[in-house]
Design a protein around this ligand. Structure first.
Ligand code: HEM
Length: 414
């Protein structure tokens, strides 16, 4: 099969369909064409979309794909920033990635989990005075405070709410156009300005930073040429550590939804083992939507399954669809943590954080941090606080990327 025979989406450009169908865009076509791979046109260019384990193995082959020119400007202006680790390839990427991995080791994960547990306890005291608690709103504030404190970034109590809002606006601008997109851009500009000033103050000695903190590392890291990052790049990379920690608020909200929708699971976890909790967390990250797909460009023309991948072509790997691929997951649309009981940890089947080895490719380095923060938070929600869930709209849209239960998950202390 040449690319002429690969199923092709109708229409001159399907960007509008992507906006309308959101998380289901790739999967809908995979099902319609009965093919794991098809061609479409998005943002005025040809895009090959793929789903499944084999596609993930291909996508994470660094000899075949590159990230340079793969990330649209609108995503760099909101979610990611410019010239950060996500845009690098080859040796440059490996070196930069090593810096990130060095900040996310098991001891770092443990520190963050302990701090989160402490902050939730502190927050609970304030809740006693509140009639209604919106878990997503509380989680983003707690995570912002903890992320900044852990990274060494000074954050005043009175600015914590607005900074948390800005980090979240950057994340939630991902699949938007119009005002939501602009909100994300403005938020990024504000956060970059704030963090740049802090980097400069650390370099001048006005602010003291612990040597093993993320702030210190980004401020004083030396590249191969012996030069420090520019102030701007140091800020972009430090934000690449803090912003995704704040974004875990989304998974915390979906975890609470899962506990509510599956009271049997909540009971099981009350007396359960660490493995039970881990399986529950894996299933939350498999089942609920967060990252939709990832993109890269073909580095050098090659053929795969008789399909030509021409140099420069943009290729999307479907994260949401692969996590629900019926060839990998039995009854993929059922929430069932037990499915992870015999799971062998395959690096290309379960890809909420991307696929492959994070030290060698672009897979998320923050997966361990995410799991530990979720564990500490679930322990709090299951064992440390009694709450009721009043009537509310808990539905979430799949045509909105990222998405969230409409109410943000309201609870009342009981
Ligand atoms: C909220 C849960 C999270 C999800 C769903 C998530 C998901 C992802 C995904 C899908 C990628 C892209 C993989 C690729 O390009 O192939 C990624 C990359 C990345 N994530 Fe996460 N992530 C999360 C949390 C975190 C945390 C907590 C951190 C850091 C503290 C983090 C830091 C990063 C960085 C630096 C990259 C870029 C890696 C690279 O390009 O080499 N993420 N993440």
């Amino acid at each position: 099969m040449s690319t002429n025979q690969i199923p092709r989406d109708e229409g001159m450009d399907n960007s509008l369909a992507l906006l309308k169908e959101g998380y289901l865009f790739i999967n809908n076509r995979v099902e319609k064409f009965q093919s794991d791979i098809f061609e479409t046109r998005l943002m005025g260019q040809k895009v090959i979309c793929m789903r499944g384990k084999e596609a993930a193995e291909l996508f994470y082959d660094v000899d075949k794909f590159q990230r340079k020119w793969a990330i649209p400007n609108r995503i760099q202006e909101t979610l990611l920033g410019k010239r950060g680790v996500q845009t690098l390839d080859g040796k440059q990427h490996l070196i930069r990635k090593h810096l990130f991995m060095s900040l996310m080791t098991p001891p770092h994960q443990k520190q963050l989990a302990e701090q989160i547990a402490e902050y939730w306890e502190r927050e609970k005291k304030q809740w006693e005075r509140k009639e209604k608690i919106i878990l997503f709103e509380e989680a983003k504030k707690v995570l912002c405070k903890v992320a900044c404190s852990w990274a060494g970034v000074p954050l005043l109590e009175l600015e914590a709410d607005s900074r948390a809002d800005d980090f979240i606006s950057m994340v939630y601008a991902f699949g938007t156009i119009g005002p939501e997109h602009w909100k994300g851009r403005i938020a990024r500009n504000r956060i970059e300005e704030w963090i740049e000033e802090i980097i400069e103050n650390v370099r001048s000695g006005e602010i003291k930073a612990e040597q093993d903190s993320a702030l210190y590392k980004m401020a004083f890291y030396k590249e191969a040429d012996g030069q420090h990052f520019s102030t701007h790049l140091a800020a972009v990379e430090l934000i690449n550590v803090i912003r995704p920690i704040v974004a875990i608020a989304t998974y915390i909200t979906f975890s609470a939804l899962a506990l509510y929708e599956h009271p049997d699971q909540k009971e099981k976890l009350k007396n359960g083992t660490r493995e039970d909790l881990e399986r529950f967390i894996h299933e939350v990250r498999r089942y609920y939507p967060f990252g939709p797909f990832v993109g890269a460009r073909v580095k050098k023309t090659f053929h795969w399954k008789n399909v030509e991948f021409k140099k420069g072509t943009l290729v999307f790997l479907d994260i949401y669809g692969t996590n629900r691929d019926p060839r990998i997951w039995e009854h993929p649309n059922q929430f069932d943590p037990d499915r992870f009981q015999d799971w062998d940890g395959d690096l290309y089947e379960f890809i909420p954080h991307g696929g492959g080895d994070p030290a060698k490719g672009h897979r998320c380095p923050g997966e361990g941090i995410t799991v530990e923060i979720m564990k500490a938070t679930l322990d709090f929600l299951i064992n440390k606080v009694d709450y009721a869930v009043p009537n509310q709209d808990l539905s979430y849209r799949l045509d909105r990327i990222p998405t969230l239960p409409k109410s943000g998950f309201v609870i009342r202390l009981s």
